[in-house]
Design a binder for this molecule. Structure first.
Ligand code: FES
Length: 126
């Protein structure tokens, strides 16, 4: 595990469903989707639009630029061979933390509360 950086309160994210934060000089878009927090690099890999200004549709983050649909857990783009960088997320005691080490093609999800959390294995590479 890397160095976790606190970036948001879960109650705030529950209200707004998204938040743009800066960690280690990088803009990161947080999304709360179906009770799970996800973190993706905010700048779209296609033409540099801001994913935090996009919408969430059927569990996908839709870029406002050209409507590419990103899997928020892996950064994979539907119908493309490209991948948006993602970040590990830890939720503990209503605080949201991000590991600033970015991942490509799969992310380790960390969830929890009451001081306990569990790690899920990263998805196998395609
Ligand atoms: S800028 Fe994101 S899809 Fe084109």
């Amino acid at each position: 595990m890397g160095d976790w950086v606190q970036v948001a309160d879960l109650t705030e994210l529950a209200r707004r469903k998204r938040k743009l934060v800066m960690v280690g000089g990088e803009d990161i878009a947080l999304f709360l989707i179906d009770g799970q927090v996800y973190a993706l690099r905010d700048t779209c890999i296609h033409k540099q639009r801001s994913l935090s200004k996009g919408v969430v549709l059927r569990g996908r983050v839709i870029c406002p630029g050209h409507q590419w649909a990103f899997d928020p857990a892996t950064g994979q783009v539907d119908d493309q061979e490209q991948c948006q960088p993602t970040y590990d997320v830890l939720v503990e005691n209503d605080k949201v933390y991000v590991d600033p080490v970015r991942r490509l093609g799969g992310t380790r999800r960390v969830t929890g509360g009451e001081g306990q959390y569990e790690l899920s294995p990263s998805p196998a590479p395609p």
